[in-house]
Design a protein around this ligand. Structure first.
Ligand code: MN
Length: 424
């Protein structure tokens, strides 16, 4: 792990500049009637979960190019996640993927405590076959035509809940690869009925204070039809199952031109927005770093979240879900966590009373200008000051590179091929 002295040393050189920038931004925001300290407090209280599978190098259908010092197991992954949180102070929890991360609860809890993390939503995996598995998911899992295969997928999800209970998780996320590759291969209605029936059995096993998050995705690995392909189907599932069932929105799981922020607003309006998988995309489910392609879209999503924040029952879960093929995953996840915080801070700057007035008066130009005023503001001094005051690094990537962490773990961790880097 990275010693606090190293972070302090890295901060020493940047502290003077940060203070000056923060003061200047504070004066600027004050003229706009915004209290910078209040924004900073909200940013400091914000956290996004890191996916355990994100700290291994990802890959494509064509190849995977492993990096040095890749985590060998969940304990190495938690170590890396601990570094991300230590430097950014923005990622207090980790989302596990089962069975990739399946280990005794006591061991998971003690490692998490050691590195200063908690556990976020559990993710079940019925989109690939495991070595010890009796029945194959080649033709589906929760929607499979064979009842015994469906039951196997149900039992796996219930086992995820059971492990999650023991490590303090409060949610199960289900994403399935079920679908079809050819027109006529499946009956859409019967397949969805089987899915609903199986998922209801999982729902019934959920503790009262848990949330079942179902994640839609337009295509892949099934290329003709996918059972849970869009937010409409996802909403139907959440409505059919009950109050504990909500929809998870993965930003990369939509067609390129879809208005995701409006989906967020719709699901919010009807109490069915359960959480996010943040990432970015150019063409499909590219799993690129959050905010790297379209930061304005990320901002517009957060604009809807800030708009809804007055409701005390509104508390969607926030997770990153991306694949790092050409970067050091720790660096990408640190930058992405701060990009999520940035969008949040920018959305907090929007003058909502003035925006509502413009909307009522049909002043389209001024309404969109008010939004842009939030997006255009460089809030980096707020993010950096929040990190600095919480013991994190003013510049997380610079501090990480100076620490030599990657080289140190590369010496301890021999190269492995299948580290469980995934795309879901
Ligand atoms: Mn996802």
């Amino acid at each position: 792990m990275i010693h606090p002295d190293r972070i302090a040393a890295a901060n020493d050189t940047a502290e003077g500049r940060l203070s000056a920038d923060y003061e200047a931004l504070g004066a600027h925001l004050d003229r706009r009637g915004i209290d910078i300290a209040a924004i900073k407090a909200k940013v400091a209280g914000y956290g996004v979960a890191v996916p355990s599978w994100g700290v291994g190098t990802g890959g494509t259908r064509f190849a995977r190019f492993p990096g040095p010092g890749e985590p060998r197991d969940i304990f190495d992954k938690l170590e890396d996640c601990g570094v991300i949180h230590k430097l950014t102070r923005a990622t207090p929890s980790v989302s596990l993927h089962i069975p990739w991360d399946a280990q005794p609860a006591a061991d998971l809890n003690s490692k998490a405590q050691e590195v200063g993390l908690t556990f976020d939503a559990m993710n079940s995996n019925t989109f690939q076959d495991q070595p010890d598995q009796a029945l194959s998911y080649k033709f589906g899992s929760l929607s499979h035509t064979d009842a015994a295969t469906r039951r196997q997928a149900i039992d796996h999800n219930i086992a995820c809940i059971e492990l999650g209970r023991q490590i303090g998780s409060k949610a199960l996320t289900i994403w399935i690869g079920d679908g079809s590759n050819f027109p006529g291969q499946t009956n859409f209605t019967r397949q969805f009925e089987r899915y609903l029936d199986a998922t209801r059995t999982v729902y019934d096993a959920l503790p009262d204070d848990w949330t079942l998050l179902t994640e839609h995705k337009i295509y892949e690995p099934a290329f003709y039809s996918t059972v849970v392909q869009d937010w409409g189907t996802n909403l139907l599932i959440a409505q059919q199952l009950g109050d504990k069932a909500k929809c998870l929105v993965d930003l990369g799981h939509h067609a390129p031109t879809v208005n995701i922020e409006m989906i967020v607003a719709r699901l919010t309006q009807f109490g069915k927005l359960g959480g996010f998988h943040f990432n970015d995309s150019k063409y499909g489910d590219d799993d690129l770093d959050t905010g790297s392609i379209d930061p304005y879209r990320l901002f517009l999503v957060f604009n809807e979240l800030v708009e809804a924040a007055h409701n005390p029952d509104f508390n969607p879960m926030h997770m990153l879900d991306q694949s790092h093929n050409v970067t050091d995953p720790i660096e990408s996840l640190m930058v992405s966590a701060t990009e999520v915080q940035r969008a949040y801070a920018q959305a907090l700057l929007v003058d909502r009373a003035a925006l509502a007035e413009c909307q009522e008066a049909n002043d389209a130009l001024m309404a969109t200008t008010l939004l842009k005023a939030g997006f255009r503001t460089d809030v980096e001094p707020i993010l950096a000051m929040a990190r600095f005051e919480a013991g994190g690094a003013i510049d997380p990537v610079a501090a990480y590179r100076a620490s030599g962490y990657r080289a140190a773990v590369a010496a301890e961790r021999p190269a492995v091929s299948g580290a469980g880097g995934g795309i879901v």
